[in-house]
Write a protein that binds this ligand. Structure first.
Ligand code: G6P
Length: 353
């Protein structure tokens, strides 16, 4: 119905535009976490689909900021393996709180003595009722089948948990300062949406699109590939940039666009060398980077560079790059005339295995 969408042509578009507000409202709010999680050295993150990729981002945060041992598990595979489980805490990430595989994984963990935390967007869900402790992502109802604002809210909650657990107060202050600036920087992406529409126009006739990222940009690249596949039905394949020479480079030709996340972080130089490798094979490269990265890329023979504002610290790049990838997927699907809010064959919540 048009009422719920307001001025927006799709729920997905509305939900993408809500993301800066979610960061504004929740970014600097303190998050209560249970003492079991504060004390845990070993944390398991679990989820399906986009929630799994958000959890993957959370792994980087918890390892690098909070110094925890983090295991990442795809819920849809996890419980079939009968894995050996030690003491620890499991955080299950799920927008709906109804995903059958995630629920099964939680039950398995509880049977094996783990303390469970459900990070859900829908309160009173099946996962809320199952877990020992619930963290609400507070993104508001998400109607579009392809997750956007829920992903961002999940990533934000995982960052905030990591900030709760981290020792380095100077670094924590730096991230907090960055979180205050982040909503404005996200807004600035919307001002440049016509460039993303042009990029989508280039992508719309391709048979497949490669997405590359390194470090935290890797799970974001995977999420971008998933968004592209589910919305536009153009197969998106995400790879770790460092894996390029181990296979994906064989896919590169003049017809296969390569979207590269190249934020100015500790991996920038290495990612630039991947860009050169793709260009040398006549691959059409679309770079997504920040101001600082773009300055360094002048003269590199890529098809296009989309530039978002440089955040104060590396932890915040994913919020800007994932929004960019969501919009590219959205406009590609729009150019193709796809059913954006309700992609074929997909459901918002998968309640069967
Ligand atoms: C479905 C949805 C995805 C979602 C995944 C996990 O496949 O279409 O958008 O990421 O389920 O759902 P959850 O509710 O557990 O986050």
């Amino acid at each position: 119905d048009s009422l719920g969408r307001g001025e927006f042509s799709h729920y997905m578009l509305k939900e993408m535009y809500e993301q800066p507000d979610i960061v504004l409202k929740e970014g600097t709010q303190t998050l209560d976490i249970p003492k079991e999680l504060s004390k845990a050295l070993h944390i398991t993150l679990i989820g399906c689909g986009s929630a799994f990729y958000a959890a993957w981002g959370g792994k980087y945060y918890l390892e690098q900021l909070a110094n925890r041992i983090v295991t990442l598990e795809l819920a849809s595979e996890f419980h079939y393996r009968n894995p050996v489980v030690q003491d620890g805490v499991t955080i299950a990430v799920s927008q709906s709180g109804e995903t059958a595989d995630t629920l099964k994984a939680i039950q398995y963990m509880e049977q094996h003595g783990q303390y469970t935390v459900g990070m859900v967007n829908v309160p009173h869900s099946s996962i809320s009722r199952q877990v020992h402790y619930e963290i609400l992502t507070k993104a508001g109802p998400e109607i579009g089948v392809a997750s956007t604002k829920a992903f961002t809210a999940q990533l934000l909650c995982l960052l905030k948990i990591s900030m709760n657990l981290m020792q380095d107060s100077v670094r924590k202050q730096k991230i907090l300062k960055g979180l205050k600036q982040l909503p404005l920087d996200m807004q600035k992406i919307f001002f440049k949406v016509s460039q993303l529409q042009d990029i989508a126009q280039h992508l719309v006739h391709s048979k497949g699109i490669i997405f590359l990222g390194r470090g935290m940009s890797y799970p974001v690249a995977l999420e971008g590939a998933l968004k592209m596949s589910e919305l536009s039905y153009i197969p998106g394949q995400g790879f770790a940039a460092g894996e390029l020479k181990h296979g994906p480079l064989a896919l590169v030709d003049a017809c296969t666009p390569v979207v590269v996340l190249a934020p100015m972080d500790q991996f920038f130089e290495k990612t630039v060398s991947n860009i050169y490798e793709v260009c040398a094979r006549e691959g059409k490269v679309f770079v997504i980077t920040d101001n600082a990265g773009a300055e360094q890329l002048a003269g590199v023979p890529v098809q296009d560079i989309f530039v978002y504002p440089s955040p104060t610290t590396w932890e915040l790049h994913p919020f800007l790059s994932v929004l960019t990838l969501q919009l590219i997927a959205y406009y590609t699907a729009l150019h193709k005339g796809c059913s954006i809010d309700q992609p074929r064959n997909l459901a918002k919540a998968v309640t069967v295995e």
